[in-house]
Design a protein around this ligand. Structure first.
Ligand code: F6P
Length: 360
């Protein structure tokens, strides 16, 4: 009986997910597998909501945003009983493995399913770029380009009315989208959860810039700086006298046709995922390092993620218990990786500061 590879998209959608489904489907068919699209994330496995995908079925989707096989978060999948139920369905349908396209929550499910005996390979598909092991995630580039386009439009109207625009962008706990688009859009200030800030500095910057003749201001705030951006807009208006508008870009940033970079990443990662399954790998996800597609252990990536986030998000606990299973060398390697990512963020903030300084 012909072996099957399942493919699913899970968690928040991201531009390029369709391109990834297409790549997985075509690469797997070429290598002799039957391919099944599991609809609505892990729910499709539990509810038997699956469709066979042929080469033809994935035609004309490379350019489409969203995901044609739908996505969802699946609470039941956190319970072992449901993971085992999914495993039985995979065995029944002769699955050789599953490619899971999604963010960190989706990878937890993939790790559990691998533990239950069904090989899973993850593809990082999230606009947040918050999978520390991979330099890029599918959807991130498109989301940033969308933010840039929208902020450029806000800038036109802010310029005409000599106003300030406070723009909140998605990214969950991570400030990558805010930081990069802030630099690219020439923001006067950028606030991200990874770096402490003083609101008085932001106010002073706007006042100085105003005194130096600047007539419009863009302040970009990552949603991870919780419940703050709307309040910040009011504070800026009160303290600087500059009329300030607030815009939350929210889900609009998740839509749209994927950029060239995201289509390319999806294609390369999709093909690599099928190769990894064929090589007998499981419980790994494909990540980009130094431009190459390499496997990374899912569990390790989850631990590394918690390690990184716990340094700036009070609600995320340092993964002390989980670290006990790793050697001192491995822990040092993980720590160095987190330090490197933090350094990248700090460097970019410095760049932003250097080129938005109106006080001199
Ligand atoms: O993880 C992607 C993301 O878009 C985050 O940036 C955001 O915090 C979250 O998903 C929103 O989720 P939902 O679509 O469930 O509102």
């Amino acid at each position: 009986m012909q072996k099957t590879i399942g493919v699913l998209t899970s968690g928040g959608d991201a531009p390029g997910m369709n391109a990834a489904v297409r790549a997985v489907t075509r690469a797997a068919i070429k290598k002799g597998f039957r391919v099944v699209g599991i609809r609505r994330g892990y729910n499709g496995l539990l509810n038997n909501d699956m469709v066979e995908l042929t080469t033809r079925d994935v035609a004309d989707i490379i350019q489409r945003g969203g995901t044609e096989i739908f996505t969802a978060r699946c609470k039941e999948f956190r319970e072992w009983e449901y993971v085992l139920k999914a495993k039985d369905i995979c065995v029944r349908d002769n699955f050789a493995g599953i490619v899971v396209i999604g963010g960190d929550g989706s990878f937890r499910g993939a790790a559990d399913l691998s533990k239950a005996g069904i090989p899973c390979v993850g593809l990082p598909g999230t606009i947040d770029n918050d999978i520390q092991c991979s330099e890029y995630t599918i959807g991130y580039d498109t989301a940033m380009n969308t933010v840039m386009e929208l902020v450029d439009k806000l800038r036109d109207t802010s310029h005409s009315h000599e106003r300030c625009a406070v723009v909140e962008v998605m990214g969950r706990n991570a400030g990558h989208i805010a930081l990069n688009t802030g630099v690219a859009c020439g923001a006067t200030a950028i606030l991200v959860p990874e770096i402490e800030f003083d609101i008085e500095d932001v106010i002073q910057k706007i006042k100085n810039a105003r005194a130096n003749g600047k007539e419009q201001f863009i302040v970009i705030v990552a949603e991870g700086v919780e419940n703050y951006s709307e309040k910040l807009a009011k504070t800026i208006q009160e303290k600087t006298g500059v009329e300030t508008k607030f815009a939350r870009l929210a889900h609009i940033v998740r839509g749209g046709s994927p950029s060239l970079a995201d289509r390319l990443l999806a294609a390369r990662m999709g093909v690599a995922a099928v190769d990894m399954l064929m090589e007998g790998m499981e419980n790994v996800f494909v990540c980009e390092r130094d431009g190459k597609m390499v496997p990374a252990d899912i569990q390790e990536a989850i631990v590394m993620d918690r390690m990184y986030k716990s340094t700036f998000t009070p609600s995320v606990k340092y993964p002390e218990e989980a670290l006990k299973t790793y050697s001192p060398e491995k822990i040092e390697y993980m720590m160095n990786f987190c330090v490197m990512r933090e350094k990248e963020i700090k460097e970019l903030i410095t760049t932003a500061e250097d080129i938005s300084n109106y006080s001199v």
